[in-house]
Design a protein around this ligand. Structure first.
Ligand SMILES: [Fe+2]
Length: 185
Protein backbone atom coordinates (compact mmCIF):
# COMPACT_ATOMS: atom_id res chain seq x y z
CA UNK A 1 0.00 0.00 0.00
CA UNK A 2 1.51 3.35 -0.97
CA UNK A 3 2.09 5.67 1.94
CA UNK A 4 0.95 9.23 1.58
CA UNK A 5 0.83 11.90 4.20
CA UNK A 6 -1.66 14.73 4.53
CA UNK A 7 -0.61 17.78 2.55
CA UNK A 8 1.55 15.84 0.11
CA UNK A 9 0.93 14.10 -3.17
CA UNK A 10 2.94 11.03 -2.24
CA UNK A 11 6.58 10.44 -2.99
CA UNK A 12 6.57 11.66 -6.54
CA UNK A 13 7.99 15.06 -7.30
CA UNK A 14 7.98 16.58 -10.78
CA UNK A 15 10.99 15.14 -12.64
CA UNK A 16 12.71 18.51 -12.98
CA UNK A 17 12.65 19.08 -9.22
CA UNK A 18 13.85 15.57 -8.59
CA UNK A 19 16.75 15.85 -11.02
CA UNK A 20 17.76 19.14 -9.43
CA UNK A 21 17.59 17.72 -5.92
CA UNK A 22 19.80 14.77 -6.83
CA UNK A 23 22.31 16.79 -8.84
CA UNK A 24 22.60 19.51 -6.27
CA UNK A 25 23.67 17.06 -3.61
CA UNK A 26 25.61 14.56 -5.79
CA UNK A 27 23.46 11.74 -4.55
CA UNK A 28 24.60 8.22 -5.35
CA UNK A 29 22.25 5.43 -6.31
CA UNK A 30 23.73 3.37 -3.49
CA UNK A 31 22.66 6.04 -1.01
CA UNK A 32 19.11 6.09 -2.38
CA UNK A 33 18.89 2.28 -2.42
CA UNK A 34 19.97 2.10 1.20
CA UNK A 35 17.62 4.86 2.24
CA UNK A 36 14.63 3.00 0.84
CA UNK A 37 15.81 -0.38 2.13
CA UNK A 38 16.35 0.86 5.67
CA UNK A 39 12.97 2.55 5.62
CA UNK A 40 11.36 -0.71 4.52
CA UNK A 41 13.22 -2.64 7.22
CA UNK A 42 11.74 -0.39 9.88
CA UNK A 43 8.24 -1.02 8.54
CA UNK A 44 8.93 -4.78 8.60
CA UNK A 45 10.43 -4.34 12.07
CA UNK A 46 7.22 -2.89 13.38
CA UNK A 47 5.27 -5.97 12.26
CA UNK A 48 8.01 -8.21 13.65
CA UNK A 49 7.71 -6.70 17.13
CA UNK A 50 3.91 -6.72 17.05
CA UNK A 51 4.19 -10.41 16.13
CA UNK A 52 6.20 -10.94 19.31
CA UNK A 53 3.68 -9.15 21.52
CA UNK A 54 2.64 -12.26 23.44
CA UNK A 55 5.96 -14.11 23.29
CA UNK A 56 7.67 -12.93 26.46
CA UNK A 57 4.97 -11.66 28.82
CA UNK A 58 6.33 -8.15 28.21
CA UNK A 59 3.71 -6.79 25.84
CA UNK A 60 4.03 -3.16 26.98
CA UNK A 61 7.76 -3.09 26.32
CA UNK A 62 7.40 -4.93 23.00
CA UNK A 63 4.72 -2.43 21.97
CA UNK A 64 7.20 0.37 22.64
CA UNK A 65 9.77 -1.43 20.47
CA UNK A 66 7.21 -1.72 17.65
CA UNK A 67 6.41 1.98 17.97
CA UNK A 68 10.13 2.78 17.77
CA UNK A 69 10.27 1.10 14.37
CA UNK A 70 7.35 3.07 12.97
CA UNK A 71 8.68 6.28 14.44
CA UNK A 72 12.14 5.67 12.96
CA UNK A 73 10.57 5.05 9.56
CA UNK A 74 8.50 8.22 9.84
CA UNK A 75 11.60 10.23 10.66
CA UNK A 76 13.01 9.59 7.18
CA UNK A 77 9.76 9.76 5.20
CA UNK A 78 10.59 13.34 4.13
CA UNK A 79 13.76 11.96 2.49
CA UNK A 80 11.78 9.35 0.57
CA UNK A 81 9.57 12.14 -0.62
CA UNK A 82 12.52 14.38 -1.45
CA UNK A 83 14.09 11.72 -3.71
CA UNK A 84 10.83 10.23 -4.97
CA UNK A 85 11.58 6.81 -3.49
CA UNK A 86 8.77 4.31 -3.20
CA UNK A 87 5.89 3.90 -2.83
CA UNK A 88 6.50 0.91 -0.59
CA UNK A 89 4.27 -2.13 -0.34
CA UNK A 90 3.28 -2.04 3.34
CA UNK A 91 1.38 -5.34 3.22
CA UNK A 92 4.39 -7.15 1.77
CA UNK A 93 6.74 -5.58 4.31
CA UNK A 94 4.38 -6.58 7.11
CA UNK A 95 4.40 -10.19 5.87
CA UNK A 96 8.18 -10.08 5.76
CA UNK A 97 8.39 -8.84 9.34
CA UNK A 98 5.93 -11.46 10.55
CA UNK A 99 7.94 -14.18 8.82
CA UNK A 100 10.82 -13.40 11.21
CA UNK A 101 8.74 -13.81 14.36
CA UNK A 102 9.14 -17.60 14.61
CA UNK A 103 12.92 -17.25 14.87
CA UNK A 104 12.66 -15.49 18.22
CA UNK A 105 9.36 -16.30 19.84
CA UNK A 106 10.86 -19.28 21.66
CA UNK A 107 13.47 -17.14 23.40
CA UNK A 108 13.23 -16.00 26.99
CA UNK A 109 13.01 -12.25 27.57
CA UNK A 110 16.61 -12.28 28.79
CA UNK A 111 17.74 -14.11 25.65
CA UNK A 112 15.81 -11.69 23.47
CA UNK A 113 17.40 -8.66 25.14
CA UNK A 114 20.80 -10.30 24.78
CA UNK A 115 20.09 -10.81 21.08
CA UNK A 116 19.32 -7.10 20.70
CA UNK A 117 22.48 -6.04 22.54
CA UNK A 118 24.63 -8.29 20.38
CA UNK A 119 22.96 -7.91 17.01
CA UNK A 120 21.66 -4.35 16.80
CA UNK A 121 25.04 -2.58 16.92
CA UNK A 122 25.50 -4.00 13.40
CA UNK A 123 22.42 -2.05 12.27
CA UNK A 124 23.82 0.97 14.03
CA UNK A 125 27.00 0.69 11.97
CA UNK A 126 24.87 0.63 8.81
CA UNK A 127 23.10 3.81 9.87
CA UNK A 128 26.41 5.54 10.58
CA UNK A 129 27.62 4.46 7.15
CA UNK A 130 24.47 5.93 5.62
CA UNK A 131 25.11 9.22 7.39
CA UNK A 132 28.68 9.21 6.07
CA UNK A 133 27.47 9.08 2.47
CA UNK A 134 24.61 11.55 2.91
CA UNK A 135 24.44 15.18 1.87
CA UNK A 136 24.57 17.51 4.87
CA UNK A 137 20.96 18.57 4.43
CA UNK A 138 19.76 15.01 5.08
CA UNK A 139 21.73 14.50 8.28
CA UNK A 140 19.20 15.72 10.85
CA UNK A 141 16.65 13.14 9.67
CA UNK A 142 19.21 10.35 9.33
CA UNK A 143 20.46 11.09 12.81
CA UNK A 144 16.92 10.59 14.07
CA UNK A 145 16.96 7.16 12.39
CA UNK A 146 20.31 6.35 14.00
CA UNK A 147 19.11 7.59 17.39
CA UNK A 148 16.28 5.07 17.50
CA UNK A 149 18.80 2.22 17.33
CA UNK A 150 20.91 3.79 20.06
CA UNK A 151 17.80 4.07 22.24
CA UNK A 152 16.73 0.45 21.61
CA UNK A 153 20.19 -0.90 22.44
CA UNK A 154 20.31 1.23 25.58
CA UNK A 155 16.90 -0.09 26.58
CA UNK A 156 18.01 -3.72 26.17
CA UNK A 157 21.23 -3.07 28.11
CA UNK A 158 19.23 -1.54 30.93
CA UNK A 159 16.80 -4.45 30.89
CA UNK A 160 19.68 -6.89 31.25
CA UNK A 161 21.09 -4.77 34.06
CA UNK A 162 17.71 -4.90 35.82
CA UNK A 163 17.24 -1.14 35.80
CA UNK A 164 13.66 -0.17 36.70
CA UNK A 165 13.58 2.81 34.32
CA UNK A 166 14.79 0.85 31.28
CA UNK A 167 12.00 2.14 29.02
CA UNK A 168 13.11 5.73 29.53
CA UNK A 169 15.27 5.83 26.38
CA UNK A 170 12.35 4.56 24.29
CA UNK A 171 9.84 6.98 25.78
CA UNK A 172 12.18 9.91 25.31
CA UNK A 173 12.69 9.03 21.65
CA UNK A 174 8.98 8.57 21.02
CA UNK A 175 8.26 11.94 22.64
CA UNK A 176 10.60 13.81 20.28
CA UNK A 177 8.91 16.07 17.76
CA UNK A 178 9.45 14.82 14.22
CA UNK A 179 11.26 17.12 11.82
CA UNK A 180 8.99 18.30 9.05
CA UNK A 181 9.75 17.55 5.42
CA UNK A 182 10.03 21.22 4.49
CA UNK A 183 13.32 21.51 6.35
CA UNK A 184 15.20 19.09 4.09
CA UNK A 185 14.47 20.62 0.71
FE1 LIG B 1 14.66 -0.27 13.86
Amino acid sequence: MPITRPGTTGYFLPMTELTTARKRASISQDYLDRLLRYYEEEISGEAYFYGLLEAFGESEKVTLLARMERSAAQSIEPLLEKYALGPVNEAQLKDLGESEVSRHQGLSWHQFMTHIVKRYPLYLDEFYALEAMAPAADLPLLQALTAHEVAVIEFAEHELAGKPDSVQSLKLYLALPRIKGASVT
